[in-house]
Design a protein around this ligand. Sequence first.
Ligand code: ASP
Length: 344
Amino acid sequence: MKNRSILLIYTGGTIGMKQDPDTLALVPFNFDQIEEEVPELKKFGCRIDSYSFDPVIDSSDVVPQFWVELAELIHKNYDKYDGFVVLHGTDTMSYSASALSFMLENLEKPVVFTGSQLPIGMLRTDGKENLISSIEIAAAKNAEGHAMVPEVCIYFESYLYRGNRTTKYNAENFRAFRSANYPVLAEVGIHIKYNVSCIRYPEVWGRPLVVNKELDTGVAVLKIYPGITGNIVDAVVDTPGIRAVIIETFGSGNAPTSKWFVDSIKRAVSKGLIILNVTQCQAGSVDMDAYATGVALKKVGVVSGYDSTFEAALLKLFFLMGHFSDNEDVKLYLGRNLRGEISI
Ligand code: ASP
């Protein structure tokens, strides 16, 4: 750990909150208080510098400009540090980790998001262990001297996950995140066991970091449910200013076969919209060849989201649409595994 350096970036979230005496609601406090609460930070053999967003935010207030600021901050400090730990609220952590995974191209250093379910000042907090292990992971190197995990990840309650494979699934339990379609990248017990065969390493080391800051948020979301009606589907696909609609389908990518439904989707595709199919299931993949209900969607030009989380699908669209003005290019890249976000 000696000679390593970590930049600890504090953006807000429960980990750094305390109760407002008037309203009793949790509000963020400033970073100095975290350092006071975790004197262990001084015991690390490596250099830990910190940077606090101003103002710090509850992660429900995250907007794309926040991701741009975070990516720029990492870019500016990229050569100075071996790894980055981002303290972030859990509510939208999977969205932010997915965003950064697409925005930071050629990443060769760890960017570890973490937070907590209980504020760091509370006796039973999960924040201390999350923070300490995240720093250790961000500083870890392999025998060749390369970062052990050169990815955007989330560390939470003993597990390190690929960020763009996660979803927050528990609002109460300390194990707040799940990566249903991809194995954990590391497991923390007495030792930190890295799952090296599942970690993405660059094909060639030494390429400069590229930061993709253009994000196009013109995406609408249509969740399918029994009883959905034509006026609802049409209201979503006719939303002004959008370039894409994510349809959250049943099972392996199925939706009603009723003529009115298929016709609405067909009309949306023919007016140039990208329709991306993501399953409502927590685990498993879209397979539009499995049932007639999926085949009908494929036939009209719906694109498969494979086993993507909703968060990764949304951020992949923001990123690709920011990059390409032609929706046909976006569709082409949706079918490729860009950052380990889909299993193809
Ligand atoms: N509302 C908080 C946030 O996401 C929850 C948390 O940090 O766990 O900022």
